[in-house]
Design a protein around this ligand. Structure first.
Ligand SMILES: [Zn+2]
Length: 127
């Protein structure tokens, strides 16, 4: 993915950063400010955040995993608690690991689909 980028200044710390041409009208936030300062969700949505590709993958994966644990796990546990009760620790770990991987891949594909349809996935801060 090669995009035309322009050198701009971070609106928060004034450091130079790269911003793609189609985000030049937004507020700019460098990765350092994204990680170190407190931002509201609204502020994050209004900003172009410069996230290095490797960091992005890391950030995306950890946000996704955290989301799955917070949202999907309680439901999964509630509906299958009785089945899980009889499993050995290893079988239980294997079963849940599998469920986690399945949900992770599913949610990744859904996000990619939304992205391709032009809806930007909700970016969340590391807590
Ligand atoms: Zn900055």
């Amino acid at each position: 993915m090669t995009e035309e980028t322009t050198t701009v200044n971070c609106n928060f710390c004034k450091k130079q950063m790269q911003s793609p041409a189609n985000s030049i009208n937004k507020k700019q936030m460098c990765y350092e400010c994204f990680c170190t300062k407190e931002h509201t969700d609204t502020a994050i949505k209004e900003c172009y955040i410069e996230i290095p590709q490797d960091e992005f993958i890391e950030e995306f994966a950890s946000t996704l995993a955290q989301d799955i644990v917070e949202r999907a796990f309680p439901t999964l546990w509630k509906t299958r608690e009785n089945t899980y009760k009889d499993l050995s620790t290893k079988d239980l770990a294997q079963e849940l690991f599998g469920q986690g991987a399945y949900l992770g891949i599913k949610s990744f594909m859904q996000t990619t689909k939304e992205w391709n349809e032009g809806r930007k996935p909700h970016a969340r801060r590391k807590s």
